[in-house]
Design a protein around this ligand. Structure first.
Ligand SMILES: *[C@@H]1O[C@H](CO)[C@@H](O)[C@H](O)[C@H]1NC(C)=O
Ligand SMILES: *[C@@H]1O[C@H](CO)[C@@H](O)[C@H](O)[C@H]1NC(C)=O
Ligand SMILES: *[C@@H]1O[C@H](CO)[C@@H](O)[C@H](O)[C@H]1NC(C)=O
Length: 405
């Protein structure tokens, strides 16, 4: 099956679609701000909170930048608080100096990235922009009782009409944002959070297997957990986990966490296979990420799982729920004798995550039956959710004809 021209064609097409779809980010806020040392602290915190990835994954965005002296009042707070405050400085609309001075009726509320986190009740996630007498433009939280005490000072970079960086005089602080209990990673009780999020089975396995300890010790350097919900364990076709050896169960659970802080915006931009806590060699126990619009799917080579929701984002810990168990090919692949983790070298993963079209060709391993229809799904998903799908497809076909000629 793997060797039929049609399945190769589909593999190549989907690889190229993925490649193009994940590299269309038009702006790189980190690279732009690197040219301006006066915002180096602001830039640094955009990177460590991964807000830079969020900014880069939004087509239309305005960043309200703070100079290093203005950042100093924020940096004494926990990272999770800094992330909340900075996400209020990322407007999901395009404002250049001209547009700032031409706001209709002189005042407007604009949505920020903070609003999209789901943790901003009322108007907390909006920023009020108001033109005042003398041509001054003021910014403040849209929450009642807030002061408009930050002002526009100068333009930094504009890419009309999608991307803009403006300097403002001081941080925009929403009421309570500095003091509201923002869980820091070490405060988060992973088991309690998972139980509450409908992931009791997964939580139970983490505790009973002892893998929770591995999670906790990895957490300080960044940890992203993909927790299957309870339904996922009951789904049709889920392998019987009681037949796994201890070592396999440990690897399976470690496979559900990534030793890096990777919130949703970063996950969406992932261009390479992602290593997990179970990874014990190059290309082992990793999975690839497929993005279609706002939907992110993880592909293990054996199955696919949709990222359902963010349960906790407490820099540097993030916990997602996923719709299905992530089944690593090292345990559940079509290998003749599945070896426990750490023993005999594992066979090549079934589906090569490499974007190189040649990579599939020499592989002796059969591509699972679902692959071609998955590839077809990808394209129709793109077609439904992405206005640029047609353009992408055209590009793909062009690329394809070049490859094949
Ligand atoms: C953005 O720029 C930074 C600094 O130049 C670089 O390290 C990073 O890889 C770039 N990100 C992307 C997605 O190109
Ligand atoms: C923005 O804030 C000012 C001052 O509090 C207020 O008068 C104005 O109505 C607000 N703008 C909007 C659109 O709510
Ligand atoms: C700006 O965004 C629009 C869609 O909102 C897109 O079609 C266009 O290519 C973008 N332009 C640039 C320069 O990124």
């Amino acid at each position: 099956m793997a060797s039929t021209p049609t399945s190769h064609l589909i593999c190549i097409v989907s690889a190229v679609v993925l490649l193009i779809a994940t590299t269309t980010s038009a702006h790189n806020v980190t690279a732009i701000l690197e040219g301006f040392p006066e915002y180096s602290d602001f830039n640094h915190y955009l990177s460590v909170t991964k807000l830079a990835d969020d900014i880069n994954s939004h087509q239309t965005v305005t960043v309200l930048a703070l100079t290093n002296p203005e950042m100093s009042s924020l940096t004494k707070h926990p990272l999770s608080v800094i992330k909340k405050v900075l996400s209020l400085h990322i407007l999901l609309d395009y404002y250049d100096p001209k547009k700032l001075h031409q706001i209709s009726d002189g005042t407007t509320l604009t949505t920020t990235l903070y609003q999209t986190t789901g943790n901003a009740p009322g108007n907390l996630g909006f920023v009020n922009i108001t033109d005042v007498k003398g041509g001054k433009v003021c910014f403040g939280s849209a929450a009642p009782g807030s002061k408009l005490d930050s002002t526009y000072t100068k333009p930094i970079k504009q890419i009309p009409y999608n991307f803009s960086i403006l300097e403002i005089s001081q941080p925009i602080i929403a009421p309570g944002i500095l003091t509201a209990p923002a869980p820091t990673a070490s405060d988060v009780d992973i088991i309690a959070v998972l139980n509450k999020a409908g992931c009791k089975t997964f939580a139970g396995l983490l505790s009973s297997s002892g893998v929770l300890k591995t999670y906790l010790s990895a957490m300080k350097d960044g940890l992203t957990i993909f927790a299957p919900n309870d339904e996922a364990f009951k789904a049709v076709g889920v392998p019987d986990l009681t037949t796994l050896s201890n070592a396999e169960l440990v690897s399976l659970l470690e496979y559900h966490a990534v030793p890096d802080y990777s919130p949703f915006g970063s996950l969406k931009l992932a261009q390479h296979p992602i290593s997990t806590l179970a990874t014990n060699g190059a290309g082992k126990y990793d999975f690839s990420v497929k993005t279609a619009g706002d939907s992110v799917t993880l592909n293990t080579g054996v199955d696919e799982s949709r990222v359902a929701s963010t349960v906790v984002d407490a820099t540097p810990l993030v916990i997602f729920t996923v719709d299905s168990l992530l089944l690593p090919s090292e345990i559940f692949g079509t290998a003749p004798s599945p070896a426990p983790a750490g023993e005999a070298p594992s066979p090549t993963p079934n589906v090569s995550p490499s974007p190189s079209p040649e990579a599939d060709a020499p592989s002796p391993v059969e591509v699972p039956a679902e692959s071609p229809s998955d590839a077809a799904d990808t394209q129709s998903d793109n077609g439904a959710g992405n206005v640029k799908a047609t353009a992408l497809l055209t590009l793909t076909l062009l690329t394809l004809s070049v490859i094949l000629s």
